[in-house]
Ligand binder design. Sequence first.
Ligand code: TYD
Ligand code: MG
Length: 457
Amino acid sequence: MKSKTLFYCTECGNELPKWAGQCPVCKAWNTIVEQPSEAKKKGIQNLSNSSIIRKGNGNRPSPIQEVETTQELRFETGMSELDRVLGGGAVKGSLVLVGGAPGIGKSTLMLQICDHLCRFAKVLYVSGEESERQIKLRAERLQVRGDGMYLLAETNLEDVIESVNELHPDILIVDSIQTLYNGDLSTAPGSIGQVKDCTMALMQLAKGQGITIFVIGHVNKEGSIAGPKVLEHMVDCVLYFEGEQQNSYRILRAAKNRFGATNEIGVFEMGDSGLSEVPNPSEMLLSGRPQDTPGTCVTCVMEGIRPVLAEVQALLAPTSFNVPRRTANGFDFNRTNLLLAVLEKRGGLMVSSCDAYINVIGGLFLDEPAADLAMIIALASSFRDKPVPGNLAAIGEVGLTGELRSVNALSQRLSEVRRLGFTKCLIPARTGGKLDPPHGLQLIQVHNIREALATIV
Ligand code: TYD
Ligand code: MG
């Protein structure tokens, strides 16, 4: 019989009967790869017969009243920014996937937390990317003492599991999932079948033996290897480590967390001796802010329970195309277009004949409507080529009629604005409650964007 082939998207794991340039589900381009279905079947058979996977253990359904609820056991990782993103520390017996572009600092982060983890747990660090010697040298450079830490340079899944069964570590770190492979499968390491299979086996280890497992996964734009997206549904937590190569700041965010919220971020700085935590992200995000320059405005957004100041930049220039160009980095594209339309119709600025480029500094993504007003001000400031006063911040949601709407957690935001040295803040007139502004901060309350623009630019 002719063996059938199946196709997969390496980004989202979607299966297709035939090849396509673009994945119909996640819309990524050039991510569809071929996978012989026979090998896949063989893989599944092997998986179910293999000793790696626990056999059915006769579990029976139990009435919900009889299920015991004990708090999940958590432990700190020694990096409070990481603990915050995990929802207050790592949960015992959970599997955490740490994704990010190559070279962003995933191995560094994992090695650094070992220093703390080793003090109370047995840690096994498995690397398929570096030799034991290389890891040790790096650990020395990072000043990770690591008493009670074990290193293993291995890529074969069965050998890794054997080592785990011998050593009984409390914490297992796997660097990276793309280098691990199950010899029973005919596909290459890093292929979709392999990463899924290996993750499944690690998940069984975590749940079966109560081992906390951190797995590193490379995010690969070219799609030649299967990325962490494919694994998101299988694991307990997915953290993404992001940042720009040219600056030293890194943001860690949770894309999924079975044991906590996903709206917290952790901020780190990469330096000569590894990653250090940035407990005050606002300061970092505002460092190097241009003064007396048109097209920038500061706002305050909530990242989880933490207020963080962010700088919104806009550049408007007369277009030389039939349809003006618009790009938005760190801000929702549709929201940008909407705000441009509101600015034209309700603010009276003829921005439809302009190209508009939006950028949020520092790799933040502002998905909160509270950032609308700052965007409107930055756009207007660029359009009129007049700078916004450097001591002013703007907070507020903008509605379709140009009205300003109140935002949540306003007092917290105002305190943060004041803490960073701002003396004026533009906010909606109606705030939905009594306001007690921090000392030294002048509030300018406006009803709509026309009023806001008249006050500022
Ligand atoms: P690494 O943790 O190896 O990245 P990943 O595992 O995500 O691929 O980090 C590699 C980068 O970090 C590399 O560009 C060098 C830089 N780096 C520092 O700047 N300082 C340091 O102390 C270390 C260990 C790495
Ligand atoms: Mg690495």
